[in-house]
Ligand binder design. Structure first.
Ligand SMILES: O=C(O)CCC(=O)C(=O)O
Ligand SMILES: [Fe+2]
Length: 282
């Protein structure tokens, strides 16, 4: 039976998965590892984002791309009008206010249980050195792989013409890897720390929504690059892909509480289906 606690059975270890000459995840005691973590922390501090190019080995990328291609047809699609905060728009603010700026979000998510447990995506997600490395970069004592049976590891599928509109994330951080790039567009854009916990800075947010470009940074992501991102106060979007190909990114979820999983109500909203484990968490 498919379970989010299953160990990886592909036999692929840290050195098989990652470019360990460049990213020495297999040797935490080394100076190279310390330098790598220091670099990631510095970028995260300055930018809320760090990209580690060519993180996985080419054959590993190809295997994960094939799993993405095989499963993208099974993605669960959502289509919703959302403001950047995913909140109910209040009545008493003008139409130009960021809280009122609804954009259509339409994208697909491939559920975790679609990926075979002897496959490469599952091996990467369950790799303990990667989990440890992510925790080190983000400054956590310990992180655990999320054990939600649907939401622990997913592929986000963005079809041509579909923008993933400007928003702030509700989670503390995101770990992702581009798998398939479209022919054009599909660019990750972000404005670090445009708001703080004290100041929503609606004027600056409105300016970006209106097309202000000076504060916007863009990432030239390539398939196989690892991205760590803190999107809570960083406004960001992925522009619409152009051409015929989808943009597909792998989303890996880590948590501080190893028992945490989605409630039945949340799973129903997100996936239109509930797993027996979700029933128990409610
Ligand atoms: O697909 C991506 O690269 C990230 C999309 C995003 O911003 C999100 O899932 O919150
Ligand atoms: Fe996001």
């Amino acid at each position: 039976m498919w379970t989010a606690d299953a160990p990886a059975t592909s036999g692929l270890g840290t050195r098989d998965l990652f470019d360990t000459r460049r990213y020495g995840l297999d040797d935490r005691a080394s100076a190279a590892y310390r330098d790598l973590v220091a670099h990631a922390r510095e970028e995260l501090h300055d930018d809320n984002c760090v990209v580690l190019p060519g993180f996985v080995r080419p054959t590993v990328l190809q295997a994960m791309q094939a799993e993405g291609t095989e499963q993208s047809g099974s993605a669960t699609y959502t289509k919703k009008w959302l403001n950047p905060y995913f909140s109910e728009p209040p009545e008493d603010v003008p139409e130009s206010h960021p809280l009122k700026r609804m954009a259509l979000r339409c994208h697909g998510m491939v559920r975790a249980d679609r990926f075979t447990q002897d496959g490469t995506i599952w091996s990467l997600f369950r790799n303990e050195d990667l989990c440890r490395f992510v925790a080190d970069c983000l400054g956590y004592e310990t992180l655990f792989t999320y054990r939600d049976p649907f939401g622990c590891v997913n592929i986000n599928v963005q079809k041509p013409g579909r923008e993933f509109s400007w928003h702030f994330d509700h989670n503390d951080f995101t770990v992702s890897m581009l798998l398939h790039e479209p022919e054009g567009g599909g660019i990750f854009e972000y404005v670090p720390d445009i708001r703080t916990s004290e100041n929503e800075n609606y004027d600056a947010v409105r300016a970006v929504l209106d097309g202000e470009r000076q504060s916007v940074r863009t990432l030239a992501l390539k398939p196989g690059d690892l991205q760590l991102f803190r999107g809570g106060n960083t406004l960001h979007r992925v522009t619409a892909p152009t051409g015929k190909l989808d943009r597909q990114s792998l989303l890996l979820s880590y948590v501080t509480n190893p028992r945490h999983i989605a409630t039945a109500a949340y799973a129903e909203r997100l996936w239109g289906e509930v797993h027996p484990l979700h029933q128990r968490s409610a």
